[in-house]
Design a protein around this ligand. Structure first.
Ligand SMILES: Nc1ncnc2c1ncn2[C@@H]1O[C@H](COP(=O)(O)OP(=O)(O)OP(=O)(O)O)[C@@H](O)[C@H]1O
Ligand SMILES: [Mg+2]
Length: 371
């Protein structure tokens, strides 16, 4: 039995989100004592439960039972006690009030508070169907042992969730600082050079041209810096699943969100550097967002074939020359394709749909293009 407790505890501590920890606790508790039902409840400050997770009750029945219980009757009693409550027939206890219509008829009950430093974090409740035996003293000890580990696991998981939230905020601040340091300074100098050029132009065109050369250089530097910062904004999905899977997820999500059908097909794999993956992802996202915002398409397809990624739609199409000045999307797609050492092929005409193809000639991004 102790072995089972320690296995359960191991499983609990491996999980990092509070919700997952609770799920493992509730199923471990039920298994440890062979109960028909188990529940774990984490109270909120408003007389209800922030979480109430059950095991042993099917999805359908849970829907029938209705909303989460409140802190009343027997649940309130277990929350208020510092000692376990063990009953052979909970319905005979004066603290029992009622349960909803579709609730299973339970008799034997074992309720154990999850305590930390004298505070009750939650409760574990085990019950058996009517006619089944009650819980024993050793069941109680096992669940108390589990509950003491659960308290630590819940506290750790909460701390971990909190620290992750903090990390995100810190990360955002760091990027803001970096953007400011690297890009703002260049933009300020750029403005000064542009102003000087404007003043010099009427009287000294040669000096003005020289200043305009500076403007060009500074703009190129700002683009390079900005790109470097953006590359750092690497979507977490890419690290976890890689480019192809991240694209697939993005497409699946769009397909679910919109009426337009979006298909994803990989004919052969792509091999890209870490930075390259981010550029490709952003490029495909922009092409897809254009297809959804402008094309009124019925079908959109993303196809990956070795060195080519194609995004096509059967929508309105457009006049590419005329559209070139309208937004930044097409421009940034071309820039990204170039930075990847590749090319962007745009095929479109009014009424004929649009096909954007990223052609990756080499797997390495062309560094020379970057500055
Ligand atoms: N798939 C498409 N189908 C129909 N029209 C498109 C499509 N892609 C782009 N266009 C047209 O080309 C124009 C320019 O696209 P671009 O992505 O450069 O800018 P935008 O989408 O308007 O703005 P931004 O991308 O900067 O938010 C669009 O305004 C739209 O008229
Ligand atoms: Mg766009």
């Amino acid at each position: 039995m102790l072995h089972e407790v320690s296995a359960a505890v191991g499983a609990i501590t491996r999980h990092l989100s509070v919700h997952q920890v609770l799920e493992v606790i509730v199923s471990s508790a039920r298994r440890l004592v062979g109960a028909d039902y188990a529940a774990i409840g984490i109270p909120d400050d408003e007389g209800g439960f922030a979480e109430f997770i059950t095991d042993g009750i099917g999805e359908e029945q849970r829907l029938k039972i209705g909303p989460l219980p409140r802190q009343h009757g027997m649940l309130a009693a277990i929350l208020a006690e510092s000692e376990p409550i063990r009953l052979d027939d909970l319905r005979r206890d004066p603290r029992f009030q009622w349960w909803p219509k579709a609730h299973p008829s339970m008799a034997a009950l074992l309720g154990v508070p999850i305590q930390e430093c004298g505070r009750t974090l939650g409760i574990v409740v085990l019950t058996n169907d009517l006619g089944r035996p009650g819980f024993s003293e050793s069941d109680t000890e096992l669940i108390e042992l589990l509950a003491s580990h659960a308290a630590i696991a819940i506290t750790n998981a909460r701390l971990y969730e909190r620290s992750r939230e903090l990390t995100v905020v810190e990360e955002r601040n760091r990027l803001a600082r970096e953007l400011h340091d690297a890009v703002m300074q260049r933009l300020f100098s750029l403005r000064l050079s542009a102003r000087a050029a404007r003043k010099l132009a009427p009287t000294d065109p040669e000096a003005a041209a020289c200043r305009l050369g500076e403007v060009e250089d500074l703009a190129a530097e700002a683009i390079a810096e900005l790109r470097a910062v953006i590359v750092e904004l690497r979507p977490a999905d890419l690290d976890a699943h890689g480019l192809v899977e991240t694209l697939r997820r993005h497409v699946t999500l769009l397909d679910r969100l919109h009426d337009t059908e979006v298909a994803f097909e990989v004919r052969s794999p792509v091999d890209l550097s870490r930075d390259g993956e981010v550029e490709v992802l952003r490029l495909v996202q922009e092409a897809l967002s254009n297809a959804f915002r402008h094309a009124r398409a019925r079908h959109v397809a993303v196809t990956v074939q070795s060195e080519r990624i194609t995004i096509s739609d059967d929508g309105d199409g457009f006049d590419a020359d005329e559209a070139a000045t309208r937004g930044l999307g097409l421009l940034s797609m071309r820039e990204r394709a170039k930075a990847l050492g590749g090319d962007l092929d745009l095929r479109t005409a009014p009424g004929a749909g649009t096909t954007v193809t990223l052609i990756l000639d080499t797997a390495e991004p062309a560094e020379a293009e970057r500055d």
